[in-house]
Design a protein around this ligand. Structure first.
Ligand SMILES: [Fe+2]
Ligand SMILES: [Fe+2]
Length: 151
């Protein structure tokens, strides 16, 4: 199926956001002090990779695959929790930063859903958006269980 220029642009914007999420979750997994939090960030990084794969599938399925300069990078190797401490990053700050990133990504998908003309594309974007909301909920619960998020 052919994508409109608008759909293509919105999918590419979201793909950039997914690559940023993957990068940050991997980095924050290496930087977090708490071992459970490291696992949470690693799991979310893998979920964002699935989103990136889905978006790339939409682009290539319509013969519109494009080079993305954010798609390749070197993953952090090893444990950087001491670097995080040296930089003055707390686990609360890492969680809070990702929560605010997820909120941004979710609203970006909301925009893409509203602008997509193709039913199948819209459904796939809606599905991803729902998962982004679940990511935000996961982060929120991690914060709340540590007393870092007051409701
Ligand atoms: Fe995502
Ligand atoms: Fe996400």
């Amino acid at each position: 199926m052919a994508l409109s220029n608008k759909e293509k642009t919105l999918i590419e914007d979201n793909l950039n956001a997914e690559y940023l999420c993957i990068r940050k979750y991997q980095q924050y997994a290496a930087m977090a002090q708490d071992s459970k939090l490291k696992q949470v960030f690693t799991d979310l990084s893998n979920k964002e990779q699935q989103h990136a794969d889905t978006l790339n599938g939409m682009l290539s399925g319509s013969g519109m695959s494009s080079q993305n300069i954010f798609g390749t990078y070197n993953s952090p190797q090893g444990d950087f929790s001491s670097v995080s401490q040296n930089l003055g990053f707390t686990d609360a700050q890492l969680l809070n930063d990702m929560l605010s990133t997820e909120k941004h990504v979710s609203s970006s998908y909301n925009n893409a859903v509203l602008e997509s003309a193709d039913t199948n594309i819209r459904k796939q974007l809606q599905h991803i958006q729902k998962e982004e909301q679940e990511h935000a909920e996961t982060l929120f619960k991690e914060m709340q269980s540590r007393g870092w998020y007051k409701v």
